[in-house]
Design a protein. Structure first.
Length: 236
């Protein structure tokens, strides 16, 4: 455990169905009462402490005093024998996704993580949100569709154009919580049509679609601000 600028950072290692699940958790020190929890799903080729996670963690903690947690995705981060990120990991993830076998294990890993986090005195288990674009939507949408503890989600930058998509289509139809769905207009990985189709399938009556200029890159500027503002509005 370490204390940097009033933020406490913890690393945990869970075992779920024989899998090692590396977890990172952040919160302010001296929290006087349980705070909302935001779960962050990192992108393909990243890891639980990647810049995408840190970019969201800092304002969520400093401005709103939330608790933030992330886990390494399959074949990512500390799940590997040798820690790595980048194009090689991204391709391994794409191959794994194409097999259609990675969703249920990731949902189980996240649910076990939520179980662990909800017993922390710093966490308000009644106010949990999800943030995950790209790979964070690939695994986040199935999670929010099946875990009623999650009350709001920011998703996007993934679509029905990435095969297989049957599971995401089914889970979108089960998703009833408030959703902010984001699209980048110059995304070279996912088509506009495929992303809009996935958004349209989400069953929630409280959902919004917003487009931003740029390619398939980490949220920044207005896009990141909208993520933080949406989660704060839904969870405070």
């Amino acid at each position: 455990m370490q204390n940097q600028n009033t933020v406490i950072s913890k690393d945990l290692m869970l075992t779920v169905e024989g899998r090692r699940v590396p977890v990172s958790v952040w919160h302010r020190e001296n929290i006087s009462k349980p705070r909302p929890l935001v779960l962050v799903g990192h992108g393909g080729s990243g890891h639980k402490r990647s810049q995408l996670v840190i970019d969201a963690m800092e304002p969520l903690i400093q401005k709103y005093h939330f608790v933030v947690a992330a886990i390494d995705g399959p074949v990512h981060g500390e799940r590997r024998e040798v820690f790595s990120d980048g194009p090689m990991v991204r391709q391994e993830f794409r191959d794994l996704w194409s097999s259609g076998l990675s969703i249920d294990p990731m949902v189980a890993d996240w649910q076990a993580t939520i179980d662990e986090l909800c017993v922390m005195p710093e966490v308000n288990s009644e106010k949990i949100g999800w943030y995950g674009i790209s790979m964070g939507t690939a695994y986040g949408l199935p999670l929010v569709a099946h875990d009623s503890r999650i009350k709001a989600a920011t998703l996007g930058m993934w679509g029905t154009c990435r095969s297989p998509s049957e599971r995401l289509i089914a889970d979108a139809k089960k998703t009833q919580i408030p959703v902010l769905f984001q699209i980048k207009t110059e995304d070279a990985i996912f088509t506009q049509q495929g992303q809009v189709e996935l958004f349209d399938l989400i069953a929630s009556k409280n959902k919004s679609l917003k487009k931003y200029s740029g390619g398939h890159t980490d949220p920044a500027g207005e896009q990141l601000d909208d993520i933080i503002d949406f989660l704060a509005k839904q969870l405070v």
